[in-house]
Ligand binder design. Structure first.
Ligand SMILES: C[S@@+](CC[C@H](N)C(=O)[O-])C[C@H]1O[C@@H](n2cnc3c(N)ncnc32)[C@H](O)[C@@H]1O
Length: 382
């Protein structure tokens, strides 16, 4: 399949440009003109727009530094240190083990990003974004994990030349088709996933009730956090966890779901093994985007087969491409992340629904998610 058909891109030949594209082309010519930029910065209304646009472009240019400042705050555990209350520069420098001069530069840059805040008595406390980081430990875990992605992005053009061995593909062995992975690898990525699962589970379960589900099977369910969240809302549920053997055999960790939350753990390969039957609802949470189109289509056909004829239901929850207002999260963040990982791509909800219909599902529809930038939710019936 050509990359164009893969992404369903319309051919953009000049002679077939729609009117809207011609308007965009005219606008782009204007914006690309230094004379227009200078004139715009002098007219009152245009000046406001020009400043906003300049700021957006600057944020994009400087974004890599913003990420590194956030990385330092997370790695040095600054947010945790400031949770009890503000501290002086000297106290913070001693606490994080950096010289005062460097600490001050870091604190000022973090304050400009609203991660920290300088108090009226000249101490440093949490800023609104720093406080939010404390409320979302999964985000901090991802920020630390991004060190690998920085390494893969050290030569970004080389990264786009072709998929190859990367730091991220080493972190996610299943992305390289290594389904018999060492348990240390499985433990490392499962712990990372578990830290952000509670938030995802809440949004998925808010969007679709399991009141009438009897048996729920979570495929690629990791340490069972999604099943535990479902069971805590609907205690009547029988819950089956299906994941690679190295994951289901992991010893119990503090981050793992309580043993009682999972009725049965089944080790297997979702692409090559026959999926267990018996569940009337199957969930795929943050699974499809990790894999390329052909394996995804095969998996959806296998899930269709594993569900009962009467009342079988599939729930898909993951961040998707083309989410209005959050396009860079799908296409830029996940697009690049998954490229570096070596497998998968973010898909639009329309693409997923199309794959579901091809696999034989009917009544495929998107449910409203409270936080579509984190996860969108699609439900399909057999
Ligand atoms: C991105 S994680 C998502 C985990 C969990 N659903 C969540 O949202 O936190 C993908 C999961 O799919 C599992 N997985 C990957 N390839 C698999 C395969 N071939 N068969 C079964 N599980 C697989 C991984 O072990 C991992 O637990």
């Amino acid at each position: 399949m050509s990359p164009q058909s893969l992404y369903e891109v319309e051919p953009t030949r000049r002679d077939s440009l729609f009117l809207i594209d011609q308007i965009y082309a005219w606008r782009d010519r204007l914006l690309a003109s230094p004379r227009f930029q200078r004139a715009a910065s002098r007219l009152p209304v245009m000046r406001w727009i020009a400043r906003r646009k300049a700021r957006e472009l600057h944020d994009m240019t400087a974004g890599f530094i913003y990420s590194q400042v956030l990385y330092c705050c997370v790695e040095l555990r600054l947010f945790d240190a400031l949770k009890p209350g503000p501290m002086t520069l000297e106290q913070i420098a001693t606490h994080i083990g950096l010289p005062e001069e460097g600490t001050l530069r870091l604190l000022r840059s973090a304050a400009a990003l609203k991660l920290l805040r300088l108090t009226r008595d000249h101490r440093w406390g949490l800023g609104e974004r720093g406080a939010s980081m404390l409320g979302n430990p999964g985000v901090g875990a991802m920020v630390s994990h991004h060190l690998r992605l920085y390494q893969d992005l050290a030569d970004p053009i080389a990264l786009f030349r072709g998929r190859r061995e990367t730091q991220l593909s080493g972190f996610w062995p299943y992305a390289r088709d290594e389904s018999s992975q060492p348990s240390e690898d499985a433990a490392r990525y499962s712990a990372l996933m578990a830290q952000s699962q509670d938030l995802i589970a809440d949004h998925v379960l808010d969007a679709c009730s399991m009141k009438r589900t009897r048996v729920l099977m979570d495929i690629g369910g990791g340490t069972g956090r999604f099943l535990a969240a479902a069971k805590s809302r609907w205690p009547h549920l029988e819950t089956l966890l299906f994941d690679l053997p190295a994951v289901v055999e992991l010893p119990a960790e503090p981050s793992e779901a309580p043993t009682s939350a999972v009725s049965r753990r089944i080790g297997g390969n979702m692409f090559s093994d026959t999926l267990p039957t018996g569940a009337d609802t199957i969930s795929l949470i943050r699974i499809l985007h990790d894999h390329d189109d052909e394996p995804v289509k095969g998996l959806l056909r296998a899930v269709h087969q594993a569900l009962p004829e009467d009342g079988g239901r599939l729930i898909i929850g993951e961040p998707m491409a083309g989410t209005p207002g959050a396009e860079p999260i799908g296409d830029t963040y996940f697009g690049v992340y998954l490229w570096a990982m070596g497998s998968g791509r973010p898909r639009t909800s329309e693409e997923i629904i199309h794959f579901l219909q091809e696999a034989g599902f009917r009544r495929c529809r998107e449910k409203r998610s409270n936080m579509p930038i984190l996860t969108r939710v699609i439900v399909a019936e057999k």
